[in-house]
Design a protein around this ligand. Structure first.
Ligand SMILES: Nc1ncnc2c1ncn2[C@@H]1O[C@H](COP(=O)(O)OP(=O)(O)OP(=O)(O)O)[C@@H](O)[C@H]1O
Length: 317
């Protein structure tokens, strides 16, 4: 097993949703509800789940933009360092994530400049070498971001993330704002950069095809928990959790990948969490036990599923 780089243990994040006339919080949104997860060096961990399951909250947490309400989150290598410093993020929409007033060479080197205030000449040289890595010509580096196409802008965003020499790159829907023809180029670029530099990615996506293409392991989120995590093929080709099965059944077999939720019902409210398994009201296999105790079951080879019946030969047929 490769080195673990980041560990989340029983992480909860909730937000105030309602206050009374005295300003006291009377209701909370429970966005993450006991998240356990390890990220290994050099891997891509894909995170899938429908809208509202907590993917963006997880991304913000990793970036140090949010603190856990409870639970522990640490970079294994440097447990005392501020988590956000070791992270860089590539956002869905490259244009809104790049400062429109700056020439691209400055944008690319922003993270390194923030960290070390390197001199202009060194900064320019670094921008040129990073631009070459991501396929942007050095003679274009004085242009502002809007002079580039969507795919080129995402290349710039990737170069910027690389300049911070992150322990982990968080890729938040990195291709969903791009034309189909460009999506594969960006994904392939990310894969080849990872191979060259042993990068570690946490890839957040609605798109199961993108996750399949990129990921070594996959985590499936439901109502702020990871309900299934394991090797990509284990999770996507032989899912054990009924929710993962539902998610996989709703991916069209031919043509465009899923961009949405499984069709049977909606995510339950996250202001009042149900007792027992959060999925039980949607689950065709739920038993009395499921309404009493939160399931957590480990299966073989690091495949872990939050379902009492997972792995039982008679169940989930
Ligand atoms: N700052 C906030 N204040 C209150 N509620 C919040 C806040 N941020 C997120 N939430 C709530 O937390 C839950 C999880 O939100 P989050 O944005 O993490 O989901 P998501 O899986 O990323 O969804 P999407 O794919 O639509 O972006 C949602 O119910 C959301 O409304």
């Amino acid at each position: 097993m490769s080195e673990s780089l980041l560990e989340l243990n029983d992480v909860h994040v909730n937000f105030p949703a309602r206050t009374n006339w005295r300003g006291k919080v009377t209701e909370r949104v429970h966005a993450l509800n006991g998240l356990d997860m390890v990220v290994h060096r050099g891997e891509t961990l894909g995170i899938v789940g429908e809208s509202g399951c907590g993917k963006s909250t997880l991304a913000k947490l990793l970036m140090g933009m949010l603190k856990p309400t409870s639970g522990k989150l640490e970079l294994a290598r440097s447990p005392n360092s501020w988590l956000g410093r070791g992270m860089q993020m590539v956002f869905q929409d490259p244009l809104s994530s790049l400062d429109p007033r700056l020439p691209v060479w400055r944008i690319i080197t922003e993270p390194v400049w923030i960290q070390s205030r390197s001199d202009e000449k060194a900064r320019r040289q670094l921008a040129e070498s990073l631009a070459a890595k991501v396929g942007i010509r050095p003679e274009y580096l004085d242009r502002p971001p809007h002079a580039f196409s969507g795919g080129q802008r995402q290349r710039i965003a990737i170069a910027r993330a690389l300049s911070g020499q992150p322990d982990i790159m968080v890729l938040d829907e990195p291709t969903s704002a791009l034309d189909i023809s460009v999506q594969a180029q960006i994904l392939n670029l990310l894969v080849s950069l990872q191979q060259q530099q042993n990068l570690t990615y946490v890839l957040i996506s609605h798109n199961v095809s993108v996750v399949r293409h990129m990921s070594d392991r996959v985590a499936v989120m439901y109502l702020g928990q990871i309900v299934e995590i394991g090797e990509m093929r284990q999770v996507l080709d032989a899912p054990q959790h009924p929710y993962t099965r539902l998610l996989m059944e709703s991916v069209p077999r031919i043509g465009a990948p899923l961009d949405g939720a499984p069709s049977n019902t909606e995510l339950p409210g996250n202001r009042q969490l149900p007792a027992g398994c959060y999925f039980r009201e949607r689950c065709p296999y739920a038993t009395a036990r499921c309404s009493e105790v939160q399931p957590l079951r480990k299966l073989a080879n690091g495949h872990s599923v939050r379902c009492w019946q997972a792995g039982e030969s008679t169940s989930l047929q």
